[in-house]
Write a new protein. Structure first.
Length: 294
């Protein structure tokens, strides 16, 4: 990427209908978030249920994203895994499609050491000339990329940033204090967006920003204008809303509300995800009805 990664990025859900990827709804979503003012789009994250997609579907999702968004907003594609060679093969397969870079999660389940994590990401970065963001989310992967290791990787020219979901506010704030000026830290912790921006984060990759997108963008704009009070005012309703979207497994609640708004044709997920509970549906319905009334 020729510009520093910053701002609000939407980690796009993958809509399904009758078991298949619903590309009509997907194109509508991409267009919707571009018009809403998102700074970038991130297909094939876990919010996009990427582990449930086969290779042909993955390729098609990236192609459709590029077809609609190319030249309008940048695209970072989720390309990661716990087998380095397989990640390299995926990169090779996708290299024909134009997009700016990748977000690559720390290897999960096999719990490599810090030197294994460093070697993994060095090899991935060497396999592509595109930007690489490292995604650290130890409460899902069972391995934590230390700040020392991440800052060592920041010396690799095309490792340009991190999606930080360390689960430790102390670790996250230390990273912001120590990172190089040209290395971007985007929070992946929706509930900590205000806190991380207040401490100098470049932005966020936030599943919750599928809803109330303009308000998330406004928080970032207020911080860019050094208007902390204005950012706090913009954040206040989000602070109450965000936990509701994660009361059950992501992206089930988000898909439910997108379906209620008519942005996707079905709230369907793929197994092992199913559907939200009736209780949560009632709470989300009440929220949706308040929004419509307002």
């Amino acid at each position: 990427m020729t510009t520093r990664i910053s701002g609000l990025w939407v980690p796009l859900i993958t809509p399904f209908k009758d078991g298949a990827v619903d590309f009509e709804s997907y194109d509508r979503l991409v267009e919707h978030y571009i018009k809403a003012g998102a700074d970038g789009l991130f297909p094939l994250g876990t919010t996009g249920e990427s582990p449930t997609l086969d290779e042909a579907e993955i390729d098609a999702v990236v192609e459709r994203t590029a077809a609609v968004a190319r030249g309008r907003v940048p695209i970072l594609v989720g390309v990661g895994g716990n087998a380095t060679r397989k990640v390299e093969k995926t990169l090779k397969r996708l290299e024909r499609i134009p997009f700016e870079g990748i977000v690559s999660v720390c290897p999960y389940y096999n719990r490599p050491s810090q030197d294994g994590l460093i070697a993994h990401f060095r090899q991935i970065a060497a396999a592509t000339d595109r930007a690489v963001l490292i995604y650290n989310i130890p409460y899902r992967t069972a391995v934590n990329l230390s700040n020392d290791s991440l800052l060592e990787l920041a010396e690799v020219p095309n490792i340009v940033g991190a999606k930080d979901s360390s689960g430790s506010i102390a670790q996250s704030l230390e990273l912001l204090a120590r990172k190089p000026v040209d290395f971007s830290v985007l929070t992946g912790e929706d509930a900590l967006y205000f806190t991380m921006m207040a401490h100098g984060a470049e932005g966020g990759i936030l599943a919750a920003s599928h809803l109330m997108t303009e308000r998330f963008i406004e928080v970032g704009r207020r911080f860019a204008a050094n208007d902390v009070a204005g950012a706090r005012t913009a954040w206040a309703p989000l602070a109450q809303f965000v936990p509701l979207l994660f009361a059950e497994a992501n992206p089930m609640p988000i898909k439910y509300l997108l379906w209620r708004q008519g942005l996707i044709a079905s709230p369907e997920c793929r197994l092992p995800l199913t559907r939200i509970s009736d209780g949560l549906a009632s709470r989300l319905d009440a929220y949706f009805e308040r929004r419509v009334a307002a």
